[in-house]
Design a protein around this ligand. Structure first.
Ligand SMILES: [Zn+2]
Length: 254
């Protein structure tokens, strides 16, 4: 039986098949679907642009058995601003790998929203790339229910300690004076890092990217978000390694 459906989705992976066809993964509000596009790699195909990596569009699909086929599509945003920017492309690929490894069959509209917002700022070049990366990482953890507990010091409940310490294993925060045995992993940060992390965890999507960090707080926040995610997910991320090889700063030091 053949069924038809219309979905909005972001192309997060593409694989050439046959002479001019393509298989592409569409990330939608309801998870990931793999679609076969007939002849979309032919010169002059009107669906060439909308089926390329990091294109967002509305797709009319035909389901036959286990497989989806492309009938037609309209592009909604091609994010041109990232296409000539290697750092942005590497980061967008890292986001794709994270989504592929964490998406489920359950509806996750907020993950698609987070991804689209991040691509928007990458394409507009209106936020530092490491900030976009850190926001994506920490908010992804939040949406997956894996956020740290940063309400206050886990011992004395101080809301915003002058010398906060972030812990990865415990996924919490302490004041320096409440720290029992210092561990090599303990990350000494600034109060601004705590405020930024809370903002990313709790803010509405409309305001998610509306903050700035300066001085030492930016590399500390960036380090925290990446290492927190790696600690919680415990998986090798090939695209993250590539991103660090590309961005000459490498992994930001605490
Ligand atoms: Zn304390």
């Amino acid at each position: 039986m053949t069924t038809h459906l219309t979905v909005r989705g972001l192309v997060i992976r593409e694989t050439p098949v046959h002479d001019a066809d393509k298989l592409f993964d569409l990330f939608t509000e309801n998870g990931i679907v793999t679609v076969q596009g007939k002849s979309v790699r032919k010169a002059g195909s009107k669906y060439g642009a909308v089926t390329q990596l990091f294109a967002y569009g509305e797709f009319c699909l035909r389901q036959s058995g286990e497989r989806y086929y492309l009938d037609s599509a309209v592009s909604l945003n091609l994010f041109y601003g990232i296409r000539n920017d290697l750092d942005a492309l590497a980061l967008a690929s890292y986001f794709s790998e994270l989504i592929r490894k964490t998406a489920t069959d359950q509806p996750q509209p907020q993950l698609l929203r987070l991804y689209l917002l991040s691509l928007h700022h990458l394409a507009e070049h209106d936020r530092p790339v490491p900030l976009i990366k850190a926001i994506f990482e920490l908010r992804l953890m939040t949406e997956l229910g894996l956020m740290p507990n940063l309400i206050g010091c886990d011992v004395c409940m101080e809301h915003l300690p002058a010398k906060p310490v972030l812990r990865f294993e415990e996924a919490d925060m302490l004041c320096k004076d409440c720290l029992p045995e210092p561990q090599p992993d303990d990350l000494f940060v600034t109060p601004a890092v705590i405020q930024a992390a809370r903002h990313v965890i709790f803010a509405d999507f409309d305001r998610l990217f509306q903050f700035r960090l300066s001085g030492e707080s930016m590399p500390l926040f960036s380090f925290y978000a990446e290492h927190y995610l790696r600690h919680r997910l415990g998986m090798q991320l090939r695209t993250l390694q590539f991103y660090h090889e590309l961005t000459d700063a490498g992994a930001p030091a605490p």
